[in-house]
Design a protein around this ligand. Structure first.
Ligand code: UDP
Length: 443
């Protein structure tokens, strides 16, 4: 009994980005419900303030001296590389303070795979450590084999012409070269450096992934070749929903949705990081207007390059915004997707958005920007067959056509039916994390 009592606190280290904080907090809530005490160790960036959902949690700050400008100006991959170097030592100080405070109560450290600096500190203090992947299992497989594929020259087409980009990657079908989790905002060398680090399990006791086996059984089978246990414990938003929004949700859109017919609205939202050029916003606006469908559009402040919000957009933009549309800065996304009026989701295919959409049986239009979003989009279109990917230049005619395909055509209706079947499968597969918690108690 004493031994169990003495190993009850878990220290969790999230990446400071909405799409990573949310699943980490859902995991924290899951563990809390199972009787663990929780410490969240965050950097100052995107600091999540303790809310009513987390009153029993301890929040501590990992000291570091990176300037805010790095966070604002560096692209995510470069920022993560820098953050890991910076926190390598400072997290040790943070953890030693926590050990002074909680002693043997600390059971383990769970870190986002992109916060791999946490492993060194856990190892130094002989604490078990666990990797948490907030992206999907297939992207995890890609990251794991990335350096090997590069060394074997399999990734050569990544550096070559457009034609090669459409070829299937040997061993990773149905992914094409263009679907691999690369980014046009970082060099292949920087990506390889990051993935070399995330793929290195070091002293980790296990890997947990925010996915479900009914979505990614073959990638999860592949991961069995790792010499540590892998637990698919998602989708965590269904296991332990938590309120984690860093921006204020505009709930007035729900009133607007209440006045719309069933499955008549397309929800447009590109997550918390993606940026659009002004011309892309304008083409999207023209295309949406021409589709004659109702649409709810999240335009996040700062998400239109060169503009605070929508004030720098050409005048035609406001003329297109009619009673068929509603624009907000940030929406209660899960509530929106669960609303019966929503029949489709135009998304950048972040993994949380993908899981939230599948969880509500909403088919998607996929417009990925970078990294794992491309993997998700390919799976939505080719594996789960509940998405249509928009590739190439964004033109108003393309937007109009694809929105009609999803919202009006028979093709979209079929996708909606498949999405409902997948939703039911996913809901039936949700577990309460018991197996993983049992494993944690053995550490
Ligand atoms: N989100 C939200 N309101 C919005 C847009 C996004 O609450 O208006 C949430 C969404 O529900 C999801 C998260 O922000 O949980 C975005 O995470 P995702 O992995 O989809 O994309 P990322 O932001 O990491 O690119």
């Amino acid at each position: 009994m004493e031994e169990t009592q003495a190993r009850r606190r878990v220290v969790l280290v999230p990446v400071p980005a909405q799409g990573h904080i949310t699943p980490m907090m859902q995991l924290a809530k899951t563990l809390h419900l199972k009787g663990f005490s929780i410490t969240i160790a965050q950097t100052k960036f995107n600091y999540l303030s303790p809310s009513h959902d987390f009153t029993d949690f301890q929040f501590v700050t990992i000291p570091e001296s990176l300037p805010e400008s790095d966070f604002e100006n560096l692209k995510p991959i470069l920022f993560l590389l820098k953050l890991n170097k910076e926190c390598q030592v400072t997290f040790k100080n943070c953890l030693s303070q926590l050990l002074l405070q909680h002693g043997n109560d600390i059971a383990c450290v769970i870190y986002d795979e992109f916060m791999y600096f946490a492993e060194a500190a856990a190892k130094e203090f002989k604490l078990p450590n666990i990797i948490f992947s907030t992206t999907n299992a297939t992207a995890f497989v890609c990251r794991s084999v990335f350096n090997k594929l590069y060394a074997n020259n399999v990734l050569a087409p990544l550096k070559e012409s457009e034609g090669q980009q459409d070829a299937l990657v040997p061993g990773l079908q149905p992914l094409r070269y263009k679907d691999l989790p690369t980014s046009k905002f970082a060099s292949l060398e920087s990506i390889m450096e990051l993935y070399r680090n995330t793929a290195d399990k070091r002293t980790a006791s296990s890997v947990i992934i925010n996915t479900a086996s009914c979505l990614e059984s073959s990638s999860l089978s592949w991961l069995q070749r790792l010499d540590i246990p892998v637990y698919p414990i998602g989708p965590l938003h269904m296991v332990a929903p938590a309120s984690t929004s860093l921006l204020e949700e505009n709930k007035s859109c729900i009133e607007w949705l209440n006045k719309r017919k069933q499955s008549s609205v397309i929800f447009v939202s590109l997550g918390s990081i993606a940026l659009m050029e002004i011309n892309e916003v304008m083409e999207t606006a023209f295309g949406l207007a021409a589709s004659n469908q109702h649409y709810l559009w999240v335009i996040r402040p700062g998400s239109v390059r060169g503009s605070e919000w929508i004030e720098s957009l050409p005048e035609e933009f406001s003329r297109m915004v009619s009673d068929r549309s509603y624009i907000v800065k940030w929406a209660p996304q899960k509530e929106v997707l669960a609303h019966p009026a929503v029949g489709g989701f135009w998304s950048h295919c972040g993994w949380n958005s993908t899981l939230e959409s599948i969880g509500e049986g909403v088919p998607m239009i996929c417009r990925p920007f970078s990294t794992d979003q491309k993997v998700n989009a390919r799976y939505l279109e080719c594996v789960w067959r509940i998405g249509i990917q928009v590739e190439g230049e964004l033109k108003r005619e393309v937007v109009e056509r694809v929105v009609k395909r999803l919202m009006v055509d028979e093709e979209g209706e079929e996708m909606r039916k498949r999405a409902v079947i997948l939703k039911e499968k996913l809901r039936a597969s949700v577990k309460d994390g018991e197996e993983f918690v049992h494993f944690m108690k053995t550490l």
